[in-house]
Design a protein around this ligand. Sequence first.
Ligand SMILES: CC(C)(COP(=O)(O)OP(=O)(O)OC[C@H]1O[C@@H](n2cnc3c(N)ncnc32)[C@H](O)[C@@H]1OP(=O)(O)O)[C@@H](O)C(=O)NCCC(=O)NCCS
Length: 481
Amino acid sequence: MVTTAIIQATGAFFRHGGGSFGAAGQLGAALASGGQRYFSSIPATSELKAVLAQKIPKEQARLKTIKQQLGSKSLGDVTVDMCIGGMRGIPGMLWETSLLDAEEGIRFRGYSIPELQAALPAAVEGGEPLPEGLLWLLLTGEVPNKAQVKSVTEDLRRRSAVPPHIKALLEALPVDTHPMTQLVTLVSAMQTESEFAKAYASGIHKSKYWEPYYEDTMNLLARLPTVAAMIYRRTYAGGNYIAPDPKLDWAGNLAHMMGFDDTSALELMRLYQTIHSDHEGGNVSAHTTHLVGSALTDPYLSFAAGMCGLAGPLHGLANQEVLRWILDVKADVGDSPSKEQLTKYVQGTLKSGRVVPGYGHAVLRKTDPRYTCQREFALKHLPHDPLFQLVSQLYEVVPPVLLATGKVKNPWPNVDAHSGVLLQYYGMREENFYTVLFGVSRAIGVLAQGVWSRALGLPIERPKSLTMEVIEKKFGFSPAK
Ligand SMILES: CC(C)(COP(=O)(O)OP(=O)(O)OC[C@H]1O[C@@H](n2cnc3c(N)ncnc32)[C@H](O)[C@@H]1OP(=O)(O)O)[C@@H](O)C(=O)NCCC(=O)NCCS
């Protein structure tokens, strides 16, 4: 007989069919309370949802006025370069949660990263912001107080039960499946839980779409740390899973369930989860989630689609590529290379027809402030780490080499240039996993915007595509035969 149990002793729930899920004591306690049915434990109301509900009518009215009074105004021309060059610079979507300035970097609801670090409540006095606070800010546009952040942490904890089939599905995959493929598989499979899909199927009025979308958002966010940690422990720790600690916050628990309890590692995870969350709407993972969601696909499948995009090496997978590349640099030139040795190595990477991972950006034209805040974290917590020193040296060497190509528009480091070195320092050495951590964070931004997209009734996305022939004919251009 398959035993059914919920590991409840720790305050969050993993239901499983017998076997080794959690420490033996916790498993024993769970079995004592066993036989219960899995339930998703959705609270009837939450303060966050109530604040959001108050804001929505005003924003709906605002959008209606914009449509009526400004709908026919032009936001600029579209050049042929923009059309064939990945739609760079075309203002083609509404994205409320964050805005990217090419020179200054990201602002979340108007707040820069240093401002967030000062304004959002922290787990440790003067420490890194709690991502739950950022979620509140992205959803409501307001900086929450400590009690409000605590209410989100508790709400997420109550919702954190992972459906039973997820563990079985995870363990059915080959253990060497890339962690991003595992994430996409498990997130898609959790779609069985979608409140939005159920509500749509039973004919919910469109004015109410945002409510089940919000529930899915909170449930999915609540479960992602467990799912990510399960992937990590199964792939790299023989399936020896760790139960959550009910005293910990959302990001702290992610580090804990992965097996890292150092207080600075928890702080790093809080910072990491905050800064990777949102980068306005046009990047591949955000845009994909938005595009798929615009067909009224539920948040689970939309987010899984976004994660397929994040798994690309020019986007989120770059953090994995960066660490590999840095370790290759180290293997080639040693721990304390000269500037000349590093310059030669970077030139070699370019000559071999590859990109220098962690450098460049489609929009940014300065050093990414997400890089800068990670550098500051390193200066505070690991100033003497040899890999950090190498990253610092590369910061001086790479930009002039990229500039010398004459084609790279932004030679400066992006978020991915730094994250792997920090994770590595705390023992998270498996770089294949890094993009999963990025993905957990990205969920905060894209799902918060998803709630607003449904609340504002944004339509299905459908840009116009052209053929080369149409472009040539439009400008009276005859191609050489
Ligand atoms: C992020 C990225 C995809 C942006 O691409 P983009 O908007 O097309 O960038 P640009 O307009 O500056 O590209 C112009 C040229 O410079 C090249 N280039 C840009 N960044 C480069 C880099 N880091 N290393 C080598 N070449 C680079 C491009 O590949 C392109 O070459 P091509 O004309 O031969 O195709 C690009 O900078 C890149 O590949 N970076 C490395 C991967 C990375 O770190 N990704 C994470 C981004 S957060």
